[in-house]
Design a protein around this ligand. Structure first.
Ligand SMILES: NC(=O)c1ccc[n+]([C@@H]2O[C@H](COP(=O)([O-])OP(=O)(O)OC[C@H]3O[C@@H](n4cnc5c(N)ncnc54)[C@H](OP(=O)(O)O)[C@@H]3O)[C@@H](O)[C@H]2O)c1
Length: 326
């Protein structure tokens, strides 16, 4: 049995579906069962969906029973109240690792992040780096993945640009100088690498950076999104310090803001792989982030976009409002 934490998340629901396709038995651990039932509807009958909270170690032991492999995906990119990078990204990982060890789990896959390091200036990347250090010292048979930004129909990066473009008729603001570099990697390729590593013991004890076939600047990403939408905008560069107060207000007012202060920080950091394990280790031909592959963005509209920012469920994201969660 494979226990997947964060199974209803963006990477999670894609991974669970791929594991089911590969004939693997899956226990999907989620925080929000309603969201999981929406996102995993098509495979619900073939998996076990359980509710667990990585910040509550006592909720984990039960779900480790009969499990030989744990795939740990839970992390937050936006802090809210008690849901901090430290409690969820770092301590949550510690709790899952400890529970896995106590239960005698044989294999552990950890989802890290390209650029994550315990000494990073970004608190988000720092928490992910410390979590991976803990995994690496755990004594478990671990493998870790460090993707650059992941794109696909449910992503929260390229799709945010697409939604904002739909809402800005003439001018589109480019954050900073637009030169920050990314290597967008397709979600299907990321989960493929993870599934491959399960049956490949040579991946044990290794961390793999995963990237797409091209390095693109933020401005180039926006250009491709504009092409995918078949539209154009006057692009205006807005310095980060000018955007900060606006983003701070947005963060207070909107339940699901499109941009947050910590995401602004991340936009300033290069997110490019040194060695792309997707190709060099897993032999996957990465799907390019090109307009022809982004057709799904055309379905976004201003109404669903506004609804999403205000926390309403949308079909393309599967997001369930905070009010419905508990
Ligand atoms: N998306 C990217 O571009 C990207 C790039 C590199 C690495 N990653 C890594 O990939 C992993 C998955 O990211 P994602 O984009 O799929 O994020 P996501 O969609 O936000 O999924 C994360 C899931 O974690 C769950 N979760 C949060 N707090 C929890 C808690 N206390 N206990 C149990 N579950 C909790 C949430 O489940 P509920 O909603 O059910 O509570 C959420 O669905 C993360 O480790 C992230 O750092 C992502």
């Amino acid at each position: 049995m494979i226990l997947v934490t964060g199974a209803s998340g963006y990477v999670g629901n894609n991974l669970v579906r791929r594991l089911v396709q590969a004939g693997k038995p899956v226990r999907a651990m989620v925080g929000n069962v309603k969201k999981a039932l929406t996102r995993l509807k098509d495979v619900e009958a073939k998996i076990e969906i359980v509710r667990g909270d990585v910040t509550r170690p006592e909720s984990l032991a039960e779900w480790m029973q009969g499990v030989d492999t744990v795939i740990h995906l839970v992390a937050i990119a936006v802090e809210k109240g008690k849901r901090t990078y430290d409690t969820i990204n770092y301590q949550g990982t510690v709790n899952v690792v400890d529970a896995a060890k106590r239960a005698g789990v044989k294999r552990f896959l950890n989802m890290c992040q390209n650029g994550a390091s315990s000494d990073s200036k970004s608190r988000f990347l720092g928490s992910k780096g410390r979590a991976q250090e803990y995994v690496a010292k755990s004594g478990l048979n671990w493998t870790a993945f460090r993707p650059s930004v992941i794109w696909g129909p449910q992503d929260e990066f390229a799709n945010v640009q697409a939604r904002l473009i739909k809402m800005t008729p003439v001018i589109f603001p480019i954050v900073g100088d637009g030169k920050a570099q990314f290597q967008p990697v397709y979600v299907g390729d990321v989960v493929e690498a993870m599934v491959k590593s399960l049956d490949d013991d040579s991946t044990i004890g290794h961390e793999y950076e995963l990237g797409g076939p091209e390095v693109l600047t933020y401005a180039e990403i926006v250009d491709r999104v504009l092409k995918a939408l078949g539209t154009n905008r006057l692009r205006v560069k807005v310095p980060v310090p000018v955007l900060r107060p606006l983003v701070a207000v947005m963060q207070t007012v909107l339940p699901t803001p499109p941009v947050t202060s910590s995401l602004l920080d991340l936009l300033a950091l290069a997110n490019v792989t040194q060695e792309n394990g997707l190709i060099s280790k897993f032999g996957i031909d990465p799907k390019p982030f090109v307009p022809e592959n982004l057709g799904y963005m055309k379905n976004f509209n201003s109404l669903t976009t506004l609804g999403k920012f205000f926390g309403k469920p949308t079909e393309e994201s599967g997001v369930i409002s905070t009010a419905m969660q508990k």
